[in-house]
Design a protein around this ligand. Structure first.
Ligand SMILES: [Zn+2]
Ligand SMILES: [Zn+2]
Length: 88
């Protein structure tokens, strides 16, 4: 079930509208995080905020942290929040 269908209140396979079990995640299964700075996860490694963060580290003479694709659950487990630019 996709998010649009769920939001419409269509019945799921459990015959329930707005079923918690079937509620789709608005986020992709795999997200992008920078291992160094920030507390967000991103839809794409092309995110402008992600790039800016990396740039500001470089400008300060630092080594930008690696950007990795991780499972959504992993990002959430790291305490990351959805990037406003990517998901807002
Ligand atoms: Zn269900
Ligand atoms: Zn982002």
């Amino acid at each position: 079930m996709d998010l649009e269908t769920w939001r419409r209140g269509d019945l799921c396979m459990h015959d329930i509208a707005f079923c918690a079990l079937c509620k789709p995640s608005p986020y992709p299964a795999v997200v992008v995080v920078s291992l160094g700075w920030g507390n967000a996860f991103h839809r794409s490694d092309r995110c402008i905020w992600l790039r800016k963060g990396q740039q500001s580290v470089s400008l300060k003479g630092g080594q930008p942290a690696p950007v990795e694709h991780v499972a959504l659950q992993v990002a959430l487990g790291m305490g990351r929040l959805p990037c406003v630019s990517c998901f807002g």
